[in-house]
Design a protein around this ligand. Structure first.
Ligand SMILES: [Zn+2]
Length: 602
């Protein structure tokens, strides 16, 4: 097959415009069609990238060819003889891991945002020429991507080549003056590319990431499925996100999350960063190669429904932190703290009584990815609950097989059966495989955990591996769980039952929680609370004002709803025992805990 030839030129960085061209040597004689994806794999929401196309045209042999628009993102060119080029400018001002961005400081893009798909020629190899922007200020720009080079030098502008369209849009590209650190993990070259102002300790990142990557590679078994890997990190003031790809990941983090020179401890912020790195890297196996059958191949025009997102995001979320403790980057007590926080987060989501994990996965397109003020009341996260179901499954298998089998064995079987072969995982495939690998009847458990809203048996299962789970009320609005109560006799907080953020001296209500005093009193999301018992909470905030009150008290609240002043009388409720603390139980079960959280021995 003749390759499809693409070029991308950051033609006007100051106007955030890339110019993209796509040349097809043997276009469809009845009129070649082109389409831009509606979504980017890994981020399950319709984004309609075609809306950023500013102007589009087609030409053949230096003559303009008419384009007919068939739907929101598909065009058909008038039939031509000889090669056909479609070209357009695309606006890029989305600084997220799933978008495209361009200014005078750097450029970043996902292929799904900028490269049109040539219909019926998706299997053809593609060549991509990446052009340097014009002007002296771009003299020192380099290119970072896991896309294989053809004519381009290392980190250079020039020509790259891939096997097909699916691969073309699975290698995001960063360009600019970034910092670069390299290391080998199990012999495979890895790059850490950091864009944005930062003062990170690159030597430490190299050391820690090598350890983590080698842990994941050995978990699934060498050789790793990629010959090179690139971490594309954008450091900003505040931000968090990641998107997985077959041989790279795009990450957005706060520059404060990166380790500083001279810092030896793993700070809470750095731990979060390592967790994100671990998560995206695990996806190299779990979701980039082991995939739901519904994604083989991706249908880029519309939603791709599966009840299995929990297995790809939840299991990955379970192993991201687990790998930190197993590889020795964090201590057991830190891991138990992180796990305690996840359980706390889950228990503080009233929607867990409304939506099952399978429903949460299926409806990701319209619910998880399109959160609103009612989301905590109506939905459950397939990341958080998914990771807790993975935990329950792991602990159940360890307990019932007396430690002979675990979820690790199921993951490795998934890799052999569905990763190496690229055979998509059917909707019930994981459940069947888990039973086969462990020899256990798991249907009753998984059916309840995945398809009902009953509470997970976390306490009982953690106890089987020597971990005590305790629930207590939150001590303050900042209490995320994972740590023991600071004072033994804490009566617990008096809560209004809202989530809120400061807005100047006032408090904007973002969510009203199901069953709380605020809901009962009629307070609504969007209300701006200006006074509690006739006093403005001011800079110390509503939480501080509430901390001085007791559960059961009635308080008068004044708030603006739009421009109307409202008055409410709300009864404060005692905080539920929804804050989880985990601790190693003394004695006999230490060996089990070591098998679960300790370094892997084969
Ligand atoms: Zn993920």
């Amino acid at each position: 097959m003749t390759p499809i030839r693409y070029t991308i030129h950051p033609v006007r960085p100051e106007a955030h415009l890339y110019r993209v061209a796509c040349t097809v040597d043997d276009p469809d004689p009845s009129g070649q069609q082109f389409a831009l994806p509606a979504w980017v794999p890994g981020s399950y929401m319709i984004r309609d990238f075609a809306r950023h196309i500013v102007s589009i045209r087609a030409a053949s042999r230096n003559r303009t060819v008419a384009l007919e628009k068939l739907d929101k993102h598909t065009w058909r060119a008038q039939p031509v003889e000889g090669s056909l080029t479609v070209s357009f400018d695309v606006y890029a001002w989305d600084l997220s891991v799933r978008g495209a961005h361009l200014d005078t400081t750097h450029g970043f893009f996902n292929g799904a945002c900028v490269f049109p798909r040539v219909l019926e020629q998706e299997a053809a190899p593609c060549e991509l020429e990446i052009l340097r922007p014009t002007g002296a200020r771009y003299r020192n720009w380099r290119v970072a991507t896991a896309m294989p080079r053809k004519g381009a030098g290392p980190y250079g502008f020039g020509t790259y080549v891939v096997g097909d369209y699916d691969e073309l849009i699975d290698h995001p590209v960063e360009m600019g003056e970034f910092s670069l650190a390299s290391f080998r993990a199990c012999g495979v070259p890895h790059d850490i590319v950091i864009t944005g102002r930062h003062r990170a300790d690159l030597a430490r990142l190299r050391r820690d990431l090598k350890r983590l990557c080698e842990h994941h590679m050995r978990f699934f078994g060498e050789p790793a499925p990629m010959t090179r890997y690139v971490f594309l990190v954008t450091a900003v003031g505040e931000g968090y996100g990641g998107l997985e790809h077959r041989a790279s990941t795009a990450l957005l983090c706060s520059r404060e999350d990166l380790p500083r020179e001279g810092e030896i401890e793993v700070s809470e912020r750095y731990r979060t960063f390592l967790g994100l790195i671990s998560h995206e890297y695990f996806h190299t196996w779990n979701v980039k190669r082991i995939k739901p059958a519904a994604f083989v191949p991706y249908d880029l025009d519309r939603e791709n429904y599966t009840t299995l997102l929990w297995a790809f995001e939840g299991i990955t979320s379970y192993y991201d932190d687990l790998a930190l403790v197993r590889s020795g980057l964090i201590e057991k007590k830190d891991y138990l703290e992180l796990l305690g926080r996840s359980i706390t987060m889950h228990l503080r989501t009233p929607g867990r009584a409304k939506q099952s994990l399978a429903e949460s996965s299926f409806d990701a397109w319209i619910k998880y990815y399109r959160q609103d003020e009612n989301s905590p009341n109506a939905t459950v996260s397939y990341y958080v609950k998914g990771s807790l179901v993975a935990l329950c499954l792991d602990l159940l298998v360890r307990d019932k097989t007396r430690g002979r089998k675990s979820l690790d064995d199921v993951m490795r079987a998934l890799w052999r059966r569905h990763g190496l072969t690229r055979a998509g995982l059917e909707e019930d495939g994981l459940e069947r495989l888990a039973e086969e690998v462990t020899g256990l009847q798991l249907g009753r458990y998984l059916d309840e955990w995945l398809r009902s809203t009953r509470e997970l048996p976390l306490k009982a299962l953690l106890a089987t591996q020597g971990v005590e789970m305790e629930l207590r009320p939150a001590e303050s609005a900042q209490d995320k769980g994972g740590k023991p109560a600071r004072s033994k006799n804490a009566a617990g907080l008096a809560l209004l039952g809202i989530r809120a953020r400061a807005q100047g001296d006032d408090t904007a209500v973002t969510h009203v929680l199901e069953g709380g005093g605020a809901q009962e009193a009629g307070i609504a999301a969007g209300d701006l609370i200006i006074a509690l018992e006739g006093l403005r909470p001011g800079q110390t905030g509503l939480d501080a004002a509430l901390a001085r009150r007791r559960a059961g008290e009635r308080v008068r609240i004044h708030a603006f709803r739009r421009d109307e002043l409202m008055s409410f009388e709300a009864r404060l409720r005692r905080a539920d025992a929804d804050t989880c603390v985990l601790a190693e139980s003394a004695g006999a079960r230490a060996r089990l805990l070591e098998r679960w959280l300790g370094p892997r021995r084969d």
